[in-house]
Design a protein around this ligand. Structure first.
Ligand code: ATP
Ligand code: MG
Length: 522
């Protein structure tokens, strides 16, 4: 189990759990679940829910299940199941032997539905989807009762059994709960609990041609698993009466549903529909493209599980929707990497320097610190020689006052090496572009410090031209131009919202030779 040193801030869910301990509501148990639908990859919003569910369990000596909410056979795939397992593990959480699928409960759910029919609390309805919509009413008008609402229990049992055995076509009939067509809550107006769908399911194959709806499945899955606190996002608040109705009518164990505000991040879309659109149209290279807000994308971008967990703790949990600034997520990873990542030197857009007074063919190794924040990470040797590369942007021929890096006649420090001074600028005869600098070095400044106390303001990174290895570098930026794409991009062409510079590839950069051993993911 992942533990971090973040101080736990109180929030309304922690308060509810503390109160439940006090009143012994669940016999001192805390048992949560994370219930993804396997119809896409997990994103940073899911990370909030994962950290919340697994975190609450861990901090209360409880348990958290991983449950695939796989009631829709059409949109779900094995690939998604596997990616979800990998991502939750990578985030640092463990469900032990409690990995479940809602489809594991299809037999029991069917029995529960039969029980509701027997109780006169569910009926088979033959209205077409269009008619159902018309009968449903609106927020201001009550609905009308279906003409099939008062079928006998026997007829309902018979029809439901025949729905199951495949006698009827998709969409021709449904099983509905018999609640209240005049309820001000539309979810309570005789909601559908089973539909006919002749489709292969990724786990149950063609055993079933009727599938239970989310609201019916979710509360009963929670009940079957003995969940105590069923934590979900705010849009399910209006579904809670239905969650409670099913469990109360069936008289089964009753978990408590608690809603919290979902994570919204600036410059990010989080709906799986939008994310799959990005993938399918080739706007990104896949669900794990480093520009995607998916867990797998963030992983490739260089995010650590620790930084994501810290972020999720810092944003807190509230009852009201809000927008979190992407800069906070980036801050969390910088803070973590600053503490733990090994530094290396690389030059993205190289400018050649020849150090005229440094002996040809001489090579020495300078000692470079792996992480200035953490001496325990040690040092490494970096080769230094007469010809080096620095960043083009670290030189200006006519530098303004505040530019402390290299210019004609100026002296700077090469990090961990020597002071150098620019004595000449070589330009391309035709374009006038600066192609090389001639410099001298001060042998007394080895290690980058002058014994006479002479100070320089600029410190440049560099690589030795003869020793550096070439690398392709990909610079990633925000994928979307709009801070609030969910509203600003809605309706229009999504392509207009994409940042054309979200990926800039530099084919030939130079990096220090220690990176020869690096493997993907380092
Ligand atoms: P989408 O609407 O993008 O398809 P979803 O909510 O349907 O997402 P699920 O796979 O059903 O996706 O979500 C699994 C769990 O993650 C649910 O409990 C859901 O409430 C939670 N979740 C999804 N998105 C967010 C978010 N942005 N912030 C916090 N929790 C989220
Ligand atoms: Mg969902």
């Amino acid at each position: 189990m992942a533990t971090d040193n973040n101080a736990l801030q109180s929030n309304f869910i922690r308060n509810i759990i503390a109160e439940d301990f006090r009143t012994n509501k669940f016999g001192g148990r805390v048992h949560t679940r994370f219930p993804p639908e396997p119809n896409g990859y997990l994103h940073i919003g899911h990370a909030k829910s994962i950290c919340l569910n697994f975190g609450l369990a861990a901090e209360n000596n409880g348990l958290c299940n991983l449950r695939f909410d796989d009631t829709n056979p059409v949109k779900e795939e094995r690939e998604y199941v596997e990616s979800i397992i990998e991502d939750v593990r990578w985030l640092g959480f463990d469900w032990g032997d409690r990995m479940y699928y809602a489809s594991d409960y299809f037999d029991r759910l069917y029995e529960y539905a039969v029980q509701l029919i027997r109780m006169g609390k569910a009926y088979v309805c033959d209205l077409s989807p269009d008619e159902m919509r018309q009968f449903r009413g609106t927020l201001t008008e009550p609905g009308r009762e279906s003409p099939y609402r008062n079928r006998s229990v026997e007829e309902n049992l018979d029809l439901f059994e025949r729905m199951r055995s495949g006698e009827f076509e998709d969409g021709s009939r449904v099983l509905r709960a018999k609640i209240d067509m005049a309820s001000p809550n539309l979810n309570m107006r005789d909601p559908v609990i089973y539909r006919i769908l002749h489709a292969q399911h990724h786990r149950t194959g063609d055993k079933w041609c009727i599938y239970p709806m989310y609201d019916f499945t979710h509360c009963l899955s929670d009940s079957i698993e003995g969940i105590t606190h069923s934590i979900c996002t705010l849009e399910f608040e209006d579904h809670r009466p239905l969650y409670d109705w099913f469990l109360d009518e069936l008289g089964v164990y009753h978990p408590q549903q608690i809603e919290f505000a979902r994570l919204n991040l600036t410059y990010t879309v989080m709906s799986k529909r939008r994310l799959s659109e990005l993938v399918e149209n080739g706007y990104v290279t896949g669900w794990d493209d480093p520009r995607m807000p998916t867990i797998s994308g963030l992983r490739r971008r260089g995010y650590t599980p620790e930084s994501i967990r810290t972020f999720c703790e810092r944003i807190g949990v509230a009852k009201r929707d809000s927008m979190v600034d992407m800069a906070l997520l980036e801050h969390c990873v910088r803070e973590d990497l600053n503490r733990r990542a090994k530094r290396v030197m690389g030059v993205l857009r190289p400018l050649r320097i020849v150090i005229e007074n440094y002996p040809e063919n001489q090579v020495e190794e300078v000692e470079a610190i792996n992480n200035p924040e953490d001496p325990a990470m040690g040092t490494r040797k970096v080769p230094f020689s007469r010809e080096i590369y620095i960043e083009q942007s670290d030189f200006m021929e006519d530098p303004p006052k505040k530019f402390y890096r290299l210019g004609p006649g100026r002296e700077v420090r090469l990090r961990y090496a020597y002071y150098i001074k620019c004595v000449d600028v070589v330009k391309d005869g035709i374009t006038g572009e600066v192609v090389e600098l001639r410099c001298t070095y001060d042998p007394a400044t080895k290690g980058g410090y002058a014994p006479d106390g002479r100070k320089v303001k600029g410190t440049l990174h560099w690589v030795s031209a003869a020793h550096a290895i070439q690398a392709q570098v990909r610079l990633y930026d925000k994928l979307l131009l709009m801070a609030n794409p969910a509203s600003e991009c809605e309706g229009g062409d999504f392509r207009d919202c994409l940042n054309p510079e979200s990926l800039v590839t530099i084919p030939a950069c130079w990096v220090e030779p220690s990176l020869k051993e690096a493997v993907p993911g380092n």
